[in-house]
Write a new protein. Sequence first.
Lengths: 152, 159
Amino acid sequence: MKISDYLRKEYCIMDLKSTTKQGAIKEISDFLSLSGKVRDKNQFVKDILERESLGSTGIGHKIAIPHSRTAAVESFIIGFGRASGGIDFNALDGDKVNLIFLMGANPGELNLYLRLLAELSRFLMENSFRKALLEAPDAEEIINIFKKFEGI
Amino acid sequence: MAIKNIALSIAGSATSVISAKYAICLAKFLQAKLTAIYVIDEKALKDLLRSKIFVEVEALEYERDLREQGQVFLERVKKAAEAKGVQCDTMLLKGSIYKEVVATTQNLGADLLVMGELKEITSRTEIFYDEGERIFHESPCPVVVVKNQALVEKLYKEL
């Protein structure tokens, strides 16, 4: 299983309107709700924010990966949001975040969730991957970038 | 040469259930001993901690849940095997999945390794990162990749 099996262009927001962490999480969640896999959107956002309260998922390099394993989703979902102006995520390096991947998985999907999170983190370590995401002209290209790095 | 020692790699997925049933059938037919192996993916947890995606408490929670899941699956396999008159040991390990399965298969001196159906490989990275692929390629003994659920269910029912 690969990220591109789950990430759809419909769940990619190329220019987030929100300027806050909470707002961005909610905005991407709104798009993810279109997938039909979110059972309870408010609970999903609440669970994501609860995870954030343990420590920011702003991992540096202008990236944040808010995530939660929660019964509020039926099965694994991933959405993407890009904020050209940057959003304060209390990131570890203190920088604002431009690239946000919001992920949710049902508690029963332990192994799948771990593998996809690990795959995403591996890609995001690559400079060229981050640069491509920052420069992508549209959502379709975001998907293509994943496929390229997945070797498809 | 008789096959007397069969290792079974399970990951807790639907294909693992089928491979477990087939391994039980094989062990029964061959009068072999069966060892079911489940590995907690500690490598993934460590990678996620290192990349700061996980915080410590979160990684511990995942490890606990993976351990519980592993115990449940191993117990199910053991009970199923014993119900069919097959001796079955279980091993709950943690580390890199493919490394642990390969090393344990070697240490057990297994004559055969049974594993679930491999996923369709659609990208180059999957060849390097898919645990099933790596187990298949690096196993020290012959590998049986279990396919055809209907056939396995039939064999298992008739056992």
